[in-house]
Design a binder for this molecule. Structure first.
Ligand SMILES: *[C@@H]1O[C@H](CO)[C@@H](O)[C@H](O)[C@H]1NC(C)=O
Length: 203
């Protein structure tokens, strides 16, 4: 007989958060940070803007795009804010989907993230992220760098007010706004989304 206890066990297995993807460079003792990224660039159009995951990248001026399987019982529990996890020098998206979604900087400098449990493009770099406590100690956020540099918000053609996030260490600076990535602790180890939508982009 398929007992209620068995059903509950299956339910718990289905709904419990799966561990975030572990990269090979990640050490077991590394602290995991759960961060919601925003832009800090006083006097510019992007100051204070939230960075949202959409189309496999991070954007200002686009809504976060997530999905959740229709047979998954607790989709409504996800906040669906854009959050990344930082461990050691690697970053990934703060998701529940098995296998996780690795974050990376593509060959042309764009912040990207993989499809669930998928690899990253061959020219992308997955390590080089650092969390820097460079703001006042009483603040609940820190800065995130990539290879020792801040970030660029680059206007997206034909989309007024939309900017794509690129690593200043790699990206082309023409027409882009330089900003600090101020990452606010989300204050929870529960994933913020089931998965962020990520059309497979190879660069
Ligand atoms: C979060 O997004 C999922 C789809 O990914 C949706 O099913 C769920 O209702 C959303 N949660 C909230 C709180 O809106």
């Amino acid at each position: 007989m398929f007992t209620r206890a068995l059903f509950m066990t299956a339910l718990i297995a289905l709904t419990s958060a799966s561990p975030t993807i572990l990269s090979s460079r990640q050490q077991p003792g590394d602290t995991v940070y759960y961060l919601a990224p925003t832009a800090k660039a006083a006097g510019t159009a992007v100051d204070g803007a939230v960075l949202n995951a959409a189309d496999g990248g991070l954007f200002i001026g686009k809504n976060t795009a997530t999905s959740c399987p229709s047979n998954y019982l607790t989709c409504g529990d996800f906040t669906n804010i854009t959050a990344i996890t930082l461990t050691g020098s690697s970053a990934s998206m703060d998701v529940a989907v098995p296998g996780g979604q690795a974050a990376y900087i593509s060959g042309d400098g764009a912040f990207g993230f993989s499809s669930p449990a998928a690899g990253i493009p061959p020219t992308a770099t997955q390590t080089g992220f650092t969390r820097i406590e460079r703001f006042a100690p009483t603040e609940t956020y820190a800065a995130v760098w990539f290879k020792g540099s801040d970030w660029l918000a680059c206007p997206v053609a034909d989309s007024v007010g939309v900017y794509q996030v690129r690593a200043a260490a790699i990206g082309d600076k023409t027409g882009c706004i330089y900003f600090e990535m101020a990452a606010i602790e989300v204050g929870s180890e529960e994933p913020q989304a089931y998965q962020y939508d990520s059309p497979l982009v190879v660069s």
